[in-house]
Design a protein around this ligand. Structure first.
Ligand code: GTP
Length: 297
């Protein structure tokens, strides 16, 4: 099952940087060395079992944008599952950016009318995460989007906001996400866990959580950013392990307040089990994870 993901936006808006952070595990500091993308760079990322993301990073220089909208129009916009359009929050050419965006949206509606649209207001660190600036941009972008449904996220490569946005995007592509959530809920109950979270193995994007309710919200009353913080921290920890020439395998935390185990679940996933019951021990959690593996394959 191949899902085509189009990554578009003006040149320099940060598309290749986010791709290199999420999918190639490079640190943010390395993105300054990236050159402009020439034409389209295609990547196939095996995500979960049969799910392969076919990521099209479309170079944003005007000459390339013009060909996507004319001679390459059908090639670019057909069979698209998701369009991710990136806007630099400090762009000095917003009206031109919006013009290209609406032209791309027309192309998408003509060739892949059911595709989901995600808009990223990127480089939010440059405005220190200012929520008013974001809200203004969000309204502007939704007005330009018209009747087509779109979700807007504030992002930056320097914090966990990028993981939140990409986890939500990838979540829409997983066909059996609701079944996974149901299994995780059962597993959490069996382990006496407060919460169980499933991550994709290489990107550490969140695939499903046990605390998600049907409307997508969660009801534990814990820090809302805990998932993307975990993705970010684990990726940083994996980079440290790589620098020390050690391989990251699993993680255990046993503190007076809580117990947590992060361990391999399947070939493509890691699971995090968090329990606040002092009687729950990490060895028991690891045993339960081992016993549950075959159910999640
Ligand atoms: P094209 O390949 O020409 O389409 O550009 P692109 O959209 O792929 O831009 P690229 O990823 O090459 O990033 C351009 C510059 O933006 C790089 O110097 C990155 O370091 C910088 N950048 C990317 N993301 C962020 C961010 O979140 N914050 C800040 N401050 N800079 C960023």
């Amino acid at each position: 099952m191949k899902k085509k993901v189009l990554l578009m936006g003006a040149s320099g808006s940060g598309k290749t940087s986010m791709r290199s952070l999420i999918f190639s595990n490079n640190p943010a500091s390395m993105t300054a060395r990236l050159g402009a993308t020439i034409d389209v760079e295609q990547n196939h990322v095996r995500f979960l079992g049969d799910l392969i993301l076919n990521l099209w990073d479309c170079g944003g220089q005007d000459a390339f944008m013009d060909t996507y909208l004319t001679t390459q129009r059908s090639t670019i916009f057909q069979h698209v599952g998701v369009l991710i359009y990136v806007f630099d929050v400090e762009s000095r050419e917003m009206s031109k950016d919006l013009e290209y965006y609406t032209d791309c949206l027309d192309g998408l509606i003509s060739y892949s009318k059911d595709a989901s649209v995600f808009l990223l207001v990127h480089k939010m660190d440059l405005v220190r995460g200012d929520s008013e600036v974001f809200e203004k941009k969000r309204k502007e972008l939704l007005a330009a989007t018209g009747a087509k449904e779109a979700t807007v996220f504030p992002t930056s490569i320097y914090d966990e906001s990028l993981y939140k946005a990409w986890s939500s995007i990838v979540h829409t592509l997983i066909p059996n996400a609701a079944v996974l959530t149901k299994h995780l809920k059962t597993f959490a109950g069996i382990c006496c866990a407060t919460e169980v979270v499933l991550f994709e193995r290489t990107t550490f994007l969140v695939i499903a959580t046990s605390s998600q309710s049907d409307d997508g919200t969660d009801d534990l009353g814990m820090m809302a950013t805990r998932y993307e913080r975990t993705s970010d921290l684990i990726k940083a920890f994996k980079q440290s392990c790589a620098r020390a020439r050690e391989e990251f395998c699993a993680l255990e935390v046993e503190l007076p307040d809580f117990t947590a185990v992060l361990d391999e679940m399947t070939r493509n996933t890691y699971v995090l089990v968090v329990a606040h019951d002092p009687l729950v021990q990490t060895a028991a959690l690891r045993l339960n994870i081992r016993m549950a593996r075959s159910r999640f394959e």
